[in-house]
Design a protein around this ligand. Structure first.
Ligand code: SAM
Length: 633
């Protein structure tokens, strides 16, 4: 098979033998020909005592299963079904972490899962949310978020090095060691140990002596048991309490979390934690959510993917794909997946897009090049140049969405509260301001450009490498323009009309920090938009910009234009432990925030982390902080 260029990943080459999938590359079957589902239950579900352990889970905790080789997802569906049949599923989370070097295409996955009528509902949900075949980590939320699947598309060794999780149970699948030795290297077995804790169990179909001995060397107590079908033996294992020296990861939920700032970052994080059963306090100076930078009537779900497929591009791509899945339940209730055109506008952007397409390979379900005629057809208005078409993107109603997200029984609102002090006292954080003091274990600052101000209340003496950028949008009356049917992005973006207007913008003002709308900013928006889409106006563009309405917001951007999400632990001794930052989203907050909220919620609850370590580094707040110089005496 020809080499597949990143970010696309080579799919599984499947041979269908009597309706059962087989890997041409490895020359082995994905599951037993006679009864794959019963084999999964015999080999993986029962030996790991899943039903019994699910039933004993404390409220609001998570059970973590890790697997070698996702394949057709049969093991995952069987585990999900067992979990669903347990009363624990109403009050706990199932995390399933799986690595797959050669993922099945959606078509092959659909065909393979059609073999299991009793798993049909779960299978359909998986197929619907199955990520496009691009490398890296994909976090998929299923069953209303109570099942969280982390799918690593890449080699198993990279997966276990890059991912942070502690497994309660392992499914060691992956073809026979003789046919696929790469999956069973000593390094991979060492990684199993790194991601385990006392009480972690494992099960595998193989009974090969080398593997049994390697697992024993790594601290597992191994037992040979009866195999399935014609296989005489298989292995189960457990890490007993005594052999494990390193402390197990803390998988308890945090006792209490306060989030300061009820914009898109704060409300997404609050909602995410609330849905995992965490009680959250959402604090804001305004009287409702979504009043500051996230208060626009419309915003595009958009990132600009780099020509190089580096960490920055990977973060942007993962964020885009996750946000498209995350917003799906809000369809027509704040989220409008109309498709989005990134115009190849002007010579330099056209050349950039050519280089981008030359060097990368994206599956068409992520993006595809279109010419001017196709761009015009898809957007429904005359467009003079083609560009990149993102079929699953669209636009959001940020102000409305923030309010919807903040409305959850586990989220308590402390609105109208101006924070005046933030101090650590007896191991807890005390938030003081108008109203009674709040005491919590963890505080997350989601306060956009006001973050440095709040951080200084917490005793931070240095400074953040953040920039405040003013952005003014203009509301175009729909009767004046040919309203597009999809979002169009170029030097300005334009959204399809909603409630009589199309929002366009925004200005990018580094030196003007006025909170008032300005005629000059409207004029600038209109001029840019008219150059980008000359055929937009039904008659003439408005000259009387004075009468145009709009809105001003302030974005917070970092020195490297990458977002910030993480804890300030160890930054200035341990005085900031338990304090987190979630900001620096620039003009791409709607796209970055769902994945970063998921990441922070993973961290705050001690559950498997959805960002690989390399991307976690990219968003670490420490990189944006300069310590104050200490006085020389
Ligand atoms: N658990 C799967 C299921 O429920 O359908 C079946 C797994 S199949 C027996 C083994 C899987 O391991 C294949 O999908 C194969 O592509 C994958 N695999 C093989 N070598 C790998 C590697 N080095 N890293 C990650 N995945 C690998």
């Amino acid at each position: 098979m020809a080499e597949v260029t990143a970010p696309a990943i080579e799919p599984a080459d499947i041979l269908w033998q009597d309706g059962v999938p087989e890997s041409r590359l490895f020359g082995d079957v994905y599951f037993n020909r006679d009864n794959g589902l019963e084999e999964t239950r015999h080999v993986f579900i029962r030996p790991n005592r899943l039903s019994e352990r699910f039933a004993r889970l404390p409220d609001n905790t998570a059970f973590v299963i890790a697997e070698f080789g996702f394949g057709t997802g049969l093991n995952f569906l069987a585990a999900w079904q067992a979990w669903r049949n347990s009363p624990a599923s109403q009050r706990t989370t199932l995390h399933f972490v799986s690595a797959e070097r050669y993922p099945l295409t959606r078509e092959d996955l659909t065909r393979a899962l059609a073999l299991w009528p009793e798993l049909q509902d779960l299978g359909n949900e998986l197929i619907q949310h199955y990520p496009p075949l691009v490398r890296g980590v994909h976090r998929v939320l299923l069953d209303g978020g109570r099942v969280r699947l982390t799918l690593y598309f890449g080699d198993v060794l990279d997966a276990w090095r890059e991912l942070e999780f502690t497994a309660d149970a392992w499914f060691l699948d992956g073809f026979a060691p003789s046919l696929n030795p790469g999956m069973w290297l000593d390094d991979a077995i060492l990684q199993i140990r790194h991601h385990s804790k006392p009480g972690t169990t494992l099960a595998t179909f193989t009974a090969v002596g080398r593997i049994r001995r390697a697992l024993i060397d790594r601290g597992f107590t191994m037992t040979k048991v009866e195999g399935f079908g014609r296989k005489r033996e298989m292995l189960t294992g457990v890490i007993p309490e005594s052999v494990f020296e390193t402390p197990a990861a803390d998988t308890r939920k945090p006792a209490s979390v306060a989030i300061i700032g009820a914009g898109i970052a704060g409300t997404l994080l609050a909602r995410n934690l609330a849905e995992r059963g965490v009680d959250v306090l959402l604090v804001d100076g305004a009287n409702s959510a979504g009043n500051a930078a996230s208060g626009n009537l419309q915003g595009a779900l958009y990132v600009k993917l780099g020509v190089e497929f580096n960490a920055q591009t990977q973060l942007a791509l993962s964020s885009l794909l996750f946000s498209q899945r995350y917003y799906a339940p809000y369809r027509n209730n704040g989220w409008h997946p109309t498709g989005l055109l990134q115009m190849a506008w002007g010579d330099s952007e056209r050349q950039r897009q050519e280089r981008f397409l030359d060097r990368n390979h994206y599956p068409p379900e992520v993006l595809a090049p279109v010419d001017a005629a196709e761009a015009s057809e898809r957007t429904g208005i005359p467009v003079e140049s083609g560009g990149l078409w993102y079929t699953h993107s669209g636009w959001l109603e940020p102000a409305a969405l923030c309010k919807t997200l903040a409305d959850h029984p586990n989220i308590r609102h402390c609105f109208g509260m101006e924070v005046q002090d933030l101090a650590k006292c007896d191991g807890q954080w005390v938030i003081a301001g108008s109203g009674p003091d709040i005491r919590v274990d963890r505080v997350v600052l989601c306060s956009g450009h006001r973050t440095p101000e709040l951080a200084s209340l917490a005793g931070m003496d240095g400074f953040f490498r953040f920039k405040t950028i003013r952005g003014q949008v203009s509301h175009l009356p729909e009767d004046r323009i040919h309203s597009p049917e999809a979002v169009i992005c170029g030097p300005r973006y334009l959204n399809p009309s909603n409630k009589g207007i199309c929002v366009t913008g925004a200005t990018f003002d580094l030196h003007d920090l006025s909170p008032r709308e300005s005629v000059d900013s409207h004029r600038e928006n209109l001029a840019e938009l008219t150059t980008m889409l000359p055929g937009l106006w039904k008659n003439e563009p408005p000259t009387e910009t004075e009468t145009l309405e709009g809105r001003v917001g302030f974005r917070c951007t970092t020195h490297d234009y990458q977002p910030v999400a993480g804890s300030l632990d160890n930054l200035e001794g341990n005085k900031l432990d338990g304090l987190y930052l979630f900001t620096g989203l620039g003009s791409k907050g709607l796209t970055y925030a769902p994945l970063l909220a998921e990441f922070l919620a993973d961290k705050l609850t001690g559950q498997p982390v959805c960002l690989p370590r390399s991307l976690e580094k990219r968003v670490n707040p420490h990189r944006c902080y300069k310590m104050a110089k200490t006085e020389m005496t």
